[in-house]
Write a protein that binds this ligand. Structure first.
Ligand code: F6R
Length: 308
């Protein structure tokens, strides 16, 4: 028997998740987890107009917490123009105004977009799972697992607070591979936005072909490499992490390895994100900065709005 989602997915030519910053990360995580299972391209878009390959046969999920982010609005308009199958995830704003008769998932108001990641993810992931016709995630079970993991902090891995103390003045460089690349990027952004300080992210294997040449400067610049390890890494990838560790150690910048055992890929994404999100708020506290306000993002949006 063909299910509705199978029938639908066989007609789809692709899926695009559009959004910026804190509203984009859920899509990047969904892509990291599901792109290889999908029979059609699953892309994320963090820019203005969508690429021309996105047609009426594509599903486009537009995520904007405020509903007023100009890049996402522009992507939304291009999807509307070509007649793509649209899904909107927002609290309101211009995108909601323009979404009469479209399926809209309304987010709770009053938090920062980046703090809405759990709710955005719990909306975006099932949409993509349905569109590509794979089984759906059991979120209530998942939240029980994640709650239990907090007890392992400070035991299996150092507590987020201890790691935050170690990296609050140096510069963290989060390095992930596979599904943890999106987590490394999220961690960098959370340090930027919550702790208001410099952080970088990179991915393996790519960083072995360029960044590694700069590692002899890490100590001088106070850069601490933080390796996000997965228990699902291939043997080759594990060997790569270990060899990279050895090269960095020669320059006196031993990497910190973060790894949690016994988890699925999805659980690793969420558990390590939760750990590093907590670390970023601890880092804000240690640095004496307000982890919530993002005045410069707001100012930039104001300047762009005044100029238009
Ligand atoms: C602020 C934040 C930002 C916003 C971004 C897009 O907490 O995380 O990265 O998410 O400026 O704005 P929205 O999410 O309203 O489309």
């Amino acid at each position: 028997m063909t299910t509705a989602s199978q029938a639908f997915s066989s007609e789809l030519h692709g899926i695009c998740i559009a959004g910026m910053g804190g509203s984009a990360i859920a899509g990047q995580m969904a892509k990291a987890l599901l792109a290889q299972k999908a029979q059609v391209p699953l892309i994320t878009w963090r820019d203005y107009e969508l690429p021309r390959c996105v047609t009426k046969d594509w599903a486009v999920i537009c995520v904007s917490y405020s509903g007023n982010t100009e890049e996402t609005l522009s992507a939304f308009e291009s999807a509307k123009k070509v007649g793509s199958v649209l899904f909107i995830v927002t609290t309101g704003g211009e995108i909601l105004e323009q979404s009469k008769d479209l399926p809209v998932a309304l987010l709770p108001k009053g938090i920062q977009p980046r703090a809405a990641l759990p709710v955005i993810f719990s909306i975006a992931l099932p949409i993509v799972e349905t569109l590509i016709g794979v089984g759906s995630t059991d979120f209530p079970r998942l939240s029980v697992i994640l709650d239990g993991l907090v007890k392992r902090w400070g035991d299996e891995i150092m507590s987020p607070r201890s790691l935050a103390e170690r990296i609050s003045s140096p510069i963290p460089l989060f390095i992930g591979s596979g599904h943890l690349i999106s987590v490394a990027y999220r961690a960098k952004c959370q340090i930027n936005e919550n702790a208001k300080t410099v952080a970088f992210s990179a991915e393996l294997p790519e960083a072995n072909h360029n960044e590694i040449e700069a590692s002899y400067m890490y100590q001088e610049h106070g850069i601490v490499p933080i390796f996000l390890r997965s228990t699902h890494e291939s043997k080759r990838m594990s060997a790569r992490f270990e060899a990279t560790d050895a090269v960095y150690r020669q320059s006196d910048c031993p990497p910190v390895h973060i790894r949690l055992s016994g988890l699925s890929e999805l659980e690793e994404v969420l558990a390590i994100t939760h750990y590093l999100d907590t670390l970023s708020v601890d880092a804000a506290d240690i640095r004496g900065v307000d982890s919530v306000r993002v005045d410069k993002i707001a100012e930039l949006k104001r300047r762009l709005a005044e100029g238009s």
